[in-house]
Write a protein that binds this ligand. Structure first.
Ligand SMILES: NC(=O)c1ccc[n+]([C@@H]2O[C@H](COP(=O)([O-])OP(=O)(O)OC[C@H]3O[C@@H](n4cnc5c(N)ncnc54)[C@H](OP(=O)(O)O)[C@@H]3O)[C@@H](O)[C@H]2O)c1
Length: 279
């Protein structure tokens, strides 16, 4: 349906060596666009890049840490040097967590928070001049946690909620410049098996198990991101569960808190059981 809609256009997707970012890169390629892939791990990134190149797509990669502004500037410059233009930026890179606030090391809290608000802001700022030239599209990857604060995700939720404010401010500031600003509130999504998140002390641990029915595939999420950019929509809330929880939260925040707390307690018990079986 969206075949070749991005023909002649270039997308820069942060954190696209794996996960949702990689699926989104593939979706942009299939829609005819060229893509600059990004991540910190050069080896993983080059592997993803080679995979897409082998499929015949126009992609390049640039290892850069988007928590550092100078790296964001270099990433944008390398994109322009390689492809000559920049039409879509997806700020997808993020670090997540599974830890209760009271136990968290302050430095880890800050790292998760920064990665979910400063990194997208730095990427957007560095890319703006190029996006203004093409009257392009800036897509922030938010989360259901950016609509409802979820337990064991305080810094992540705080960062993702701040992203809504950033998107709203930029949308108004950039109206006359013709740059589209959209935000995709991604719901629970199937994770790469090797995805890791921070625990309270800063160790990288597996993500908590979720029931299959709660999750969308990475491809479904990628298609929604593509549609948001193509139709220049302000926002999209993904997954039936995400839509339901958002609607419930609007009607009754107390009922939502009760439902979320119950299901997280059940998930915590399940996870403890899995850990005990494994040890
Ligand atoms: N999965 C879900 O259920 C879910 C739900 C809601 C929202 N989301 C959002 O969707 C997006 C993608 O999630 P995901 O599940 O695909 O995550 P993921 O599997 O952990 O992938 C994140 C990617 O970001 C890169 N990255 C992290 N920090 C970076 C940095 N400072 N600079 C450059 N790259 C960096 C990582 O690669 P390197 O390690 O090589 O840097 C990795 O490729 C995130 O914004 C997340 O918040 C996901």
């Amino acid at each position: 349906m969206y075949q070749k809609q991005f023909s002649g256009k270039t997308a820069l997707i942060t954190g696209s060596g794996s996960g949702i970012g990689k699926s989104t890169a593939l979706a942009f390629c299939r829609a005819g666009g060229s893509v600059m892939l990004n991540g910190r791990n050069a080896e993983k990134l080059q592997k993803a890049c080679a995979e897409l190149q082998d499929m015949g797509f126009s992609v390049a990669c640039c290892a850069a840490d988007v928590q550092n502004y100078a790296e964001c500037s270099r990433l944008v410059q390398e994109t322009l040097d390689r492809f000559g233009r920049l039409d879509v930026v997806v700020t997808n890179a993020s670090l997540s967590m599974r830890a209760e606030f009271a136990q968290m090391e302050p430095a880890i809290f800050r790292q998760v928070l920064d990665s979910n608000i400063l990194s997208p802001a730095y990427t957007a700022h560095a890319a703006l001049p190029a996006l203004m030239e093409t009257r392009g599209s800036l897509v922030f990857i938010g989360s259901l946690s950016g609509l409802i604060g979820l337990p064991t995700g305080s810094a992540y939720s705080a960062g993702k909620m701040a992203l809504t404010a950033l998107a709203q401010s930029l949308r108004l500031e950039l109206l006359d410049a013709g740059v589209h600003v959209g935000i995709a509130y991604v719901g629970f999504t199937q994770n790469d098996p090797d995805k890791r998140v921070f625990d309270a002390a800063g160790n990288m641990v597996p993500v908590a198990e979720r029931a299959g029915w709660m999750q969308q595939s990475q491809e479904q999420v990628a298609q929604s991101i593509i549609r948001l950019a193509l139709r220049r929509k302000k926002r999209v809330i993904l997954s039936p569960l995400g839509k339901f929880l958002h609607a419930l939260n609007t009607l009754s925040p107390s009922l939502t808190e009760w439902a979320v707390q119950r299901s997280f307690k059940r998930m915590a018990r399940m996870y403890k059981g899995i850990q005990e079986q494994a040890s």
